[in-house]
Design a protein around this ligand. Sequence first.
Ligand code: FES
Ligand code: FES
Length: 161
Amino acid sequence: MTELIHAISLTVNGVRRTHGAVARRTLSDFLRHDLGLVGTHVGCEHGVCGACTVLLDGQPVRSCLIFAVSVNGRSVTTVEGLADGSELGPVQRAFGECHALQCGFCTPGFLTTITAGLAENPEPTRDQAVAMIAGNLCRCTGYHNIVDAVLRAAELIRERS
Ligand code: FES
Ligand code: FES
């Protein structure tokens, strides 16, 4: 049986994109396989690890749990959209400065999660930084340096504004 293809139009990283997808296509697969944005990683595929986190209208969501058809007309930011043009964005720079990644598989999800978290709370305490990343799993770093990176990113964002 042939499945119906739905036209999905959305803004991704500031660019209007349109592509067809079947109704059961997840947003993570749509971004990676249909739009070629492979920066969004897929780990558990059931909403636990946070690796697939993207921003949907500025709010962090697990793209493995969302159907692409449901984001028609909305705005998505992936890790590819976090840079300032050719320069890394502040959260990305903070990760480099604080050595907050090892294998890097979890990193796109942390970067998007922290971007949204700092937009909501630009001056987190260390405890608040820990809470900010509580929904994301990392099997390499032990989290300490990621918490440092949250606080450093907050500084960089404040310096910029
Ligand atoms: Fe989506 Fe793990 S791949 S939460
Ligand atoms: Fe390897 Fe986080 S850096 S899983």
